[in-house]
Design a protein around this ligand. Sequence first.
Ligand code: C2O
Ligand code: CU
Length: 472
Amino acid sequence: MGITRRAFLQSAGATLGSLALPRPGFTAAASPFELRAAVTRQPIRDGAQTEVWSFNGACPGPLLRFKKGQTVDVRLRNDLPRVTTVHWHGIRLDNAMDGVPHVTQAPVRVGDKFDYHFTVPDSGTYWYHPHQSSFEQVPRGLYGPIVVEEDKPLPVDREELWVLSDFKLDKANKPIEDYGRVLDFGSGGRIGNTITINGLAANASRKLALRPNERVRLRLVNAASARIFSLAFDGHDPIVVTYDGQSTAPHPIPGGVLVLGPGQRTDLVIDGTAETRGTFAINDRREGGTRLASIVYAGSPARAKALPLPEAVERNALPEPDIAKATAHFLVFEGGVMGQPAIARVDGKALDVKQIMEQHGLTWTMNYTAQHEHAMMHEPLFRFDRGEHATIKMLNHTEYEHPMHMHGHFFKVLALDDRKLERPVWRDTVMLGPKGSCDIAFVADNVGEWMFHCHILDHAAGGMMGTLVVDG
Ligand code: C2O
Ligand code: CU
């Protein structure tokens, strides 16, 4: 069952330009569910057709909506001109199904297929994307959302899901195909010039329509390859209920601006409580600010009075790290075009950052080594016994931000820049500020070799891609 872009939009009775929840793309009846990766076309900006690489004919690909604990069969069919894989970002699954080329599986050849079979243990908002040449395949349009429902869903009137991303388009709305430049690897990454919400250009005419006193759960996914969003909602006070799919005590957006790094998700509860029936901007506050969408009011009141603060989303059974018995580890990042002349080991040879750029096209180091994406011989950064409790202190000695993502596990963020968090949060992707630090703790309970990398995909390709091994 393929979900076309049209169906994707129509499914929620949406008209073009509105932003509604896509219909479930996966049903038990369609098993295995086929995800077909292919080169297709769709309007992104100005109504013009743009070539994208997509799943099932649309970017974003179909929403995969599962029940917590469900076992899932998805068949990837690769009709792209290149090899690929699919990674299920944030799902704690068996290592063999993690979709990492050369680490957990062979790349899926052109014209070939691969069957992914796994169980989804945790509720929340997740997403899928290739892990093969992800700095190119993801910004070409290969990504899609996953929702795993809670056993007892949070009571809301309606859900919306926004997959945020960007495209780099020329004047004729053709993709600018400048992937893999060392300059992008070593700086902020390859940032697009057209921000998209669910595959369509973001602008003031994109609408989040609320009825007075209506309660909407807005699931946000940042699928951009490099762009960090700083979202601000005029006239409203959205409540954060999950980060990276994991329940957090409901609270207003800290400082009123939601930072969403590549790979990260946040679920918000937004109540239609504005006093006037005006139009309210949703802005990205980065780089001078960009209008992404508008909150508008339509329809009769959902109820006479606004609802009280939402209750917490049902928690997942994540293993609680015991700091007292945890083994302590560190991870230092160096390099980048503005970086100090870092020393790196590449294939056992010591080089400085200029040499690793010129000789290897690499720009960053993790614990003084730089590795090619999915290099077959890479040394793991860490090795844990199954069930080991561990802390990792990440030290960012670079001038750039890095959303660091761990596969196969969630970790608890204990401190940022040496300041203890009042309310530690569970995440699979955490933002490190320039010259910042982050302390995390987790239980290494999922056996296998797991990627631990920056989710600015140009950085990952430029050396910020390592692994940790959990011995069985
Ligand atoms: Cu979202 Cu290693 O990836
Ligand atoms: Cu990075």
